[in-house]
Design a protein around this ligand. Structure first.
Ligand code: HPA
Length: 235
């Protein structure tokens, strides 16, 4: 089968999918971390690959940016391709002083002003949760790998460029430590379809610290996050 957005046949996608936002990141992960990657989707350049990590069959597919985009791709993977688990591997902007660029963060929950959940299923909650079993596996793996994994609530925002700080202030009041634009829709889709989801982010920028990073530093923290996600899939 295929969908309007994905030309993969049913058996071409693994049960576990890593999901970065950027298609070129999906390609990079497939080509640098997986054995024998095969590209299963190029529609709209939203690249998807299946390969093996230490003999475990894994797929990696981009989500694009924002909740409408990840809403489409994650829904199709769960519903039409029988995917069990999606781990988003993204970036976020730190709201609080405790978070610094390059930190690796696990989403404990996410809050959003988005209408995504309400419109998708009639469910009104503005907080969505990852799957406890996946989060536990990620935390256990981080411990073994000696990764200092921070756990916080994320703000999933529909807006990147703001005229005021109002949305940020409300998100912080609601307990958010960092902002990204996808996990609320991913967690909601997993919830309504009885599937599993988690989100790991590297802090790419800070709203409180002026931190200039080298491209090598960015590469290293990306590598830590990807290896953490991949090692988690072996558990
Ligand atoms: N806003 C939204 N999403 C993000 C940001 C940001 O500042 N940084 C990384 N992802």
């Amino acid at each position: 089968m295929s969908t309007p957005h994905n030309t993969a046949q049913n058996d071409e996608i693994a049960k576990i999918v890593l999901m970065p936002g950027d298609p070129l990141r999906a390609k990079f992960i497939a080509e640098n971390y997986l054995d024998d990657p095969i590209c299963f989707n190029t529609v709209r350049n939203v690249l998807g690959y299946t390969g093996a990590y230490k003999n475990k069959r894994i797929s990696v597919m981009a989500s694009g940016m924002g909740m409408p985009s990840i809403g489409i791709y994650s829904y199709e993977l769960y519903k039409f391709y029988d995917v069990d688990t999606i781990i988003r591997v993204g970036s976020c902007g730190g709201y609080i002083p405790e978070l610094h660029a390059l930190d690796v963060l696990l989403a404990k929950s996410c809050w959003s002003e988005s209408t995504f959940a309400k419109v998708q299923s009639g469910e009104g909650s503005d907080v969505q949760y990852p799957s406890p079993s996946i989060n536990q596996a990620i935390k256990d793996t981080a411990k073994i790998m000696n990764i200092d994994l921070k756990e916080y609530r994320l703000h999933s925002s529909d807006v990147f460029y703001h005229e005021t700080n109002q949305a940020q202030d409300i998100a912080i009041k609601n307990g958010c430590a960092a902002v990204e634009m996808e996990s609320f829709a991913l967690f909601h889709n997993a919830h309504v379809l009885n599937k599993k989801a988690a989100c790991i982010c590297t802090v790419s920028d800070s709203f409180v610290h002026d931190e200039n990073l080298t491209s090598k530093q960015r590469e290293n923290s990306f590598d830590t996050m990807i290896k953490l996600a991949l090692e988690t899939t072996l558990r």
